[in-house]
Design a protein around this ligand. Structure first.
Ligand SMILES: *Cc1c(COP(=O)(O)O)cnc(C)c1O
Length: 249
């Protein structure tokens, strides 16, 4: 084909490299629009529901950070891709009985939402590995259906995490309620950013991470200071394996 036309979105076989290029361009534009360096925003490729081949395609296109929400699926993919240099982030809800394997197989956890889970991750983080990088998930939209600690409980949880040597508290994560208006999208992201500032003034000076922004709202998140955006659909296309919240991980 002449030139480099944008490929059509094909559900079964989306062009992962093209998706990545498009998302990187969105991040770059959003960062420049608010005077930020594009490199200050890390892209986490969220491949949940997509087969190992999709991750391999992303890896071949230079992507190294991957996010997964379901433990069994993530472990199967890691197995299939063993040997590939990559950083693995767990971003889904965590049942306590999954903590041990998550502590052993991931570099980051974005979805820490309770003290008891922090203790478990700490206890099970293998000595041979660096401390687990963690973000506290905060429920900034105040919806009962969403995971995360209430904003007013984040400081107490941060204190717990700070006291655990096998965890390294990096920042905060949020999944706000879907919102189409780009200006309104910024409201919960601004709240998360303010909360991070508050934790810093309480002595958690090492916090440097705001994990926020997905396919539909990454520009708003970057404008409010996101340092990690978690993007699935815009890279990999619609998820072929639709599933509900996991009873079995
Ligand atoms: C699936 C998922 C994403 C990616 O969502 P898209 O809308 O597909 O970009 C980001 N964060 C979390 C926690 C997810 O579960």
């Amino acid at each position: 084909m002449p030139g480099t036309p944008e490929p059509p979105v094909v559900n079964e076989a989306p062009d992962v490299a093209a998706g990545l290029r498009a998302v990187r361009a969105r991040i770059e534009r959003a960062a420049r629009a608010c005077g930020r360096a594009p490199e200050s925003v890390a892209l986490l490729a969220v491949a949940k529901g997509h087969p190992p081949a999709a991750l391999a395609a992303a890896h071949a296109a230079g992507q190294r950070r991957f996010g997964e929400s379901y433990l069994q699926e993530a472990l199967a993919k890691r197995e299939a891709l063993s040997g590939l240099e990559a950083e693995w982030h767990f971003i889904g809800p965590i049942q306590s009985n999954k903590a041990k394997r998550i502590a052993a197989h991931f570099d980051w956890v974005h979805s820490l939402d309770r003290p008891e889970l922090a203790e478990r991750l700490h206890r099970h983080r293998p000595e041979a590995l660096a401390p687990l990088e963690v973000c506290i998930q905060v429920n900034v939209s105040g919806e009962a259906s969403k995971r995360g600690v209430a904003p007013e409980k984040a400081a107490a949880l941060a204190e717990v995490v700070a006291g655990l040597s096998r965890l390294r508290l990096r920042g905060l994560m949020a999944i706000p309620a879907p919102e189409r208006d780009p200006r309104r999208q910024r409201i919960p992201f601004a709240a998360l950013r303010a909360l991070l500032e508050d934790l810093r003034t309480r002595g958690h000076t090492g916090l440097d991470t705001l994990s926020m922004g997905m396919s539909a709202d990454l520009e708003a998140a970057v404008a409010e200071g996101a340092t990690i955006v978690r993007v699935g659909t815009a890279i990999f296309g619609p998820r072929p394996l639709r599933r509900r919240a996991p009873p079995s991980g």
